[in-house]
Design a binder for this molecule. Structure first.
Ligand SMILES: *[C@@H]1O[C@H](CO)[C@@H](O)[C@H](O)[C@H]1NC(C)=O
Ligand SMILES: *[C@@H]1O[C@H](CO)[C@@H](O)[C@H](O)[C@H]1NC(C)=O
Ligand SMILES: *[C@@H]1O[C@H](CO)[C@@H](O)[C@H](O)[C@H]1NC(C)=O
Length: 373
């Protein structure tokens, strides 16, 4: 090592060789590259350049990741008063969540039942919207056919059914896919500051691109979205208005839902946590942790309403929902979060956030900070 160092130093301080020396050096030390070697060198060089570009891409994305100063995080108000129940029990009483999962008979036993046995049992109520009854599931039979192309039609029918039949059962109404995982306790904690009488909906915010630009957001269907009771009332009463909501049953369900709610004047909430990290994520956690696989073209970076970050510490400490979770993974998530203990882990002091007044609501919905490229 030391020897090599000395040689380098020596060369560095050498005076420039003259022309004849150079010719000699070239003939001795720079043999012509064969065609194979040339291809190899070009290939390696190309790979290096592409890697460097991808790395730069990610650095640029992560560089813009400073928290904006639009609104302070919702303040905590102190420890809970009742010690006869856990925070989760208190939230279950005070923030009632009805969950509904769109599924089909084909997936009752392979997907739906596993949701009911894992996170689904933590919702105050859970219904499976499908086309045939099941001996183990609480089902609601929809009239629309079992076709992917009518998802939007089924969603309209499902929310209308809940409004007409289950309106008093909950404060918030969450739609999830059959490959979504929801941390229901964190969902309730996120909703706690808001009144269900505020027209509002939450989820992973995508840019609502339109002409003219709407500057709004709509929620990804994959990680699920949740409507306040007031938002559900407005939606069910306005959904048949062809000037506001798409009357046909086709097209992307989550986008049509977002356009419809936007036109009906239901604000899209900001579901990020106090560190401005996403609580709803339309993909599995590893997708952010292993961000270096994605370039700038990855849809998440382009269409996210809020500045998308991908890095080892970008996941929220209080996530609400992930997408693309297989049925077997549902049980793994449950085990890691509701059973597994670690020796030496410090106990957290749990706080409830402050309630937000209706006139304060707008200041907690931050504008988009994912600037167009
Ligand atoms: C805890 O006490 C409060 C009143 O102090 C009561 O309303 C609530 O039902 C109790 N919870 C449980 C789980 O016993
Ligand atoms: C959206 O933002 C653009 C540019 O800032 C602005 O010109 C336009 O009026 C906004 N549209 C709405 C509906 O707020
Ligand atoms: C909208 O149309 C659907 C389907 O025809 C119907 O079930 C629902 O009651 C209507 N809603 C309102 C508010 O009229």
């Amino acid at each position: 090592m030391a020897e090599h160092h000395i040689i380098v130093e020596h060369r560095h301080h050498q005076s420039y060789p003259n022309e004849s020396d150079l010719a000699l050096l070239r003939s001795q030390h720079t043999p012509r590259l064969s065609r194979r070697q040339l291809i190899l060198v070009l290939t390696i060089g190309g790979i290096c350049l592409i890697s460097l570009y991808a790395y730069w891409d990610i650095m640029m994305i992560t560089a813009g990741a400073t928290a904006n100063s639009f609104a302070a995080p919702i303040p905590a108000v102190g420890q809970r008063k009742n010690v006869n129940e856990t925070l989760a029990q208190q939230l279950e009483r005070e923030v009632r969540v009805l969950c509904w999962v769109l599924t089909t008979p084909k997936y009752h036993k392979s997907r739906a039942i596993h949701i009911q046995r894992t996170w689904g049992k933590r919702c105050n109520k859970i219904y499976f919207m499908t086309s045939a009854p099941d001996d183990e599931l609480e089902t609601v039979i929809l009239t629309k056919p079992d076709k992917y192309e009518v998802l939007w039609g089924k969603t309209k029918e499902a929310f209308t059914y809940l409004y007409e039949n289950k309106f008093d059962e909950a404060d918030w109404f969450m739609k999830a896919d059959d490959d979504t995982y929801v941390f229901v306790e964190n969902l309730r904690h996120m909703l706690y500051p808001y009144s269900p009488d505020m027209a509002l909906h939450f989820g992973f915010n995508y840019k609502l691109i339109g002409n003219p630009p709407k500057n709004g957001s709509y929620m990804s269907g994959g990680s699920g979205y949740i409507l306040s009771r007031e938002a559900l009332r407005i939606f069910a009463n306005g959904v048949n208005d062809s000037s506001k909501c798409r009357q046909e049953d086709n097209q992307a369900e989550d986008l049509e839902m977002g356009i419809c709610l936007y036109n009906l004047g239901v604000p899209a909430g900001d579901s990020r946590d106090a560190s401005l990290r996403f609580r709803f994520l339309p993909m599995a956690p590893f997708s952010l942790l292993l961000s270096h696989y994605y370039g700038m073209d990855f849809w998440f970076f382009k269409y996210s309403y809020y500045n998308p970050r991908a890095c080892m510490n970008c996941l929220s400490d209080y996530p609400v929902a992930f997408h693309y979770i297989s049925s077997s993974e549902l049980y793994v998530y449950d085990y890691f979060n509701y059973q597994l203990q670690l020796y030496g882990r410090t106990e957290l002091t749990e706080y409830l956030p402050q309630k937000i007044l209706p006139e304060e609501l707008q200041s907690f919905i931050r504008p988009s900070d994912n600037v167009p490229q």
